[in-house]
Design a binder for this molecule. Structure first.
Ligand code: CMX
Length: 137
């Protein structure tokens, strides 16, 4: 059902401030930035093998990442699993009595479909399902 760890999301106050850590100190390839208005974030991706690190910077004080930063400070925000069939994966986890945070998959960065599970049902770890649509860089 899940084919890899697609990315690990890390909440940061400023992508510009943290980018040198991943790109220069750790030597990861920068794969681009995106704004996901629906999620209230600017994101930046860095490649690690077939997976990515996603830095998440809030666009304002109101979205989920802003709330996370206010409560916890910077740190790991979520783990995203790649899957070929997000609707099938959603049906499977829902059958395991894990609540999904949206009625349908939402649009994520780089044209992906995404769905989050409630951290209260997953041992206090925010887990995401993600499915690529068409081609992606
Ligand atoms: N990881 C683990 N636990 C988390 C969490 C996170 N990232 N965010 C919130 N929680 C926990 C809270 O600590 C809280 O636990 P306690 O009650 O034990 O303190 C619980 O979840 C509920 O939190 P809340 O403050 O009552 O509710 P929120 O309004 O913060 O909503 C959540 C939490 C997960 C429902 C909300 O953040 C959400 O809908 N997230 C999904 C969307 C998202 O995170 N988008 C940003 C990334 C977008 C992208 O990658 O493109």
């Amino acid at each position: 059902m899940l084919d890899k760890i697609d990315h690990i999301g890390i909440a940061v106050h400023s992508i510009a401030e943290r980018r040198p850590l991943y790109e220069e100190a750790l030597g990861m390839e920068f794969k681009g930035e995106d704004v996901v208005e629906e999620q209230g974030v600017k994101v930046a991706f860095f490649a690690v093998g077939e997976s990515m690190i996603e830095l998440l910077e809030p666009l304002d004080d109101t979205g989920p990442v802003a709330k996370f930063l206010a409560k916890n400070g910077e740190g790991i925000h979520h783990i995203a699993f790649g899957c070929g069939d997000i609707q099938g994966a959603r049906a499977h986890v829902a059958g395991e009595e894990i609540r999904l945070l949206s009625d349908e998959p939402r649009d994520g960065a780089h044209g992906k479909l995404i769905s989050f599970m409630h951290p209260k049902d997953t041992g206090r770890v925010l887990l995401e399902l993600t499915q690529r649509q068409g081609h992606e860089e």
